[in-house]
Write a protein that binds this ligand. Structure first.
Ligand code: NAP
Length: 259
């Protein structure tokens, strides 16, 4: 399928590996030039080089923490007028509701709610003026089915979801769409470290920890960054102009609900 976005430019945040990289690769495959970001320069440069070589697009790496005002300014300086914005960052740490103080919430809200909101605020006017734009926010299945130990994430991502629900309807008349992608468990380093924690806590092998989690997913496996990226690229395509303000689960059926 021709996604119709060859020659456009995308900012993909937190994209040296995992789901962000999956999105960057699929956009590159569709012919989109990229500005990709992560905090650690070496792996980011390597990813940029690999994607540029594989797909023949221009890939500019910007090493910075996207959850800081300085990091956001650096990425926007490299690309003030993107056609596409994919918002992503690391998730807040797990814990207990009784442990979190105001500062913990402020940090989580900054990273997973206000960072994507500030980036949208910066790029939406240009997209609206040009009459075309796509924004995809990587959130989590926890928006639909809260994960108790991820209270900081549940709170911050729910806030972003509410913002997108309203704002997406305000910018849609100008040809700009904003949607959220909600990953269930995907085979990234994050899944590896969660399985490692279960192995250590239960004294079982990593394979057994994985099998336990597969059993909670109707598809009986983890998702891949490739599958995730393909959905992201579709949402960024010409074909997806009528999809506005949606929250799309990619979870192998793990969240058990009718809608
Ligand atoms: P990952 O494999 O650990 O990759 C994270 C990427 O983000 C890396 O490139 C990392 O590079 C970059 N990054 C992290 N914090 C950053 C920051 N502050 N500024 C810039 N770059 C940053 O993680 P993932 O599995 O792809 O997860 C991506 C997002 O999806 C997270 O918010 C996660 O909570 C959410 N999610 C994931 C899953 C899953 O199963 N994988 C499920 C639900 C939700 P540096 O470390 O070098 O910065």
């Amino acid at each position: 399928m021709d996604l119709g976005i060859a020659g456009k430019t995308a900012i993909v945040c937190a994209a040296s590996k995992g789901l962000g990289r999956g999105c960057a690769e699929s956009l590159a495959e569709a012919g989109v030039d990229l500005i990709i970001n992560a905090r650690t320069e070496g792996p980011l440069r390597q990813t940029a080089g690999e994607i540029a070589k594989k797909y023949g697009v221009k890939v500019t790496p910007v090493a910075c923490d996207i959850t800081t005002a300085k990091g956001q300014a650096m990425v926007l300086a490299a690309c003030p007028n993107p056609d596409i914005l994919v918002n992503n960052a690391g998730g807040p740490p797990p814990g207990m509701w009784s442990d979190w103080e105001r500062d913990d919430f402020i940090k989580a809200l900054d990273a997973n709610m206000l960072t994507p909101i500030m980036l949208m605020k910066a790029v939406l006017p240009g997209m609206m003026e040009r009459g075309w734009g796509r924004v995809v926010n990587i959130t989590s299945q926890s928006v639909k089915a809260p994960i108790p130990v991820l209270g900081l994430s549940n709170a911050a991502r729910a806030g972003l979801t509410g913002y997108v629900g309203g704002t997406s309807r305000q910018v849609a008349p100008n040809g700009v769409t904003i949607n959220n992608l909600l990953p269930g468990i995907h085979a990234t380093d994050r899944a590896e470290s969660l399985d490692g924690a279960v192995r250590d806590a239960q004294g079982i092998s990593i394979e057994q920890a994985r099998e336990q989690r597969f059993a909670t997913i109707p598809a009986r496996r983890y998702g891949t960054a490739d599958e995730f990226g393909a959905m992201c690229a579709f949402l960024c395509s010409q074909k997806a102009g009528f999809i506005v303000g949606q929250n799309i689960l990619l979870d192998g059926g793990a969240v058990n609900s009718t809608m």
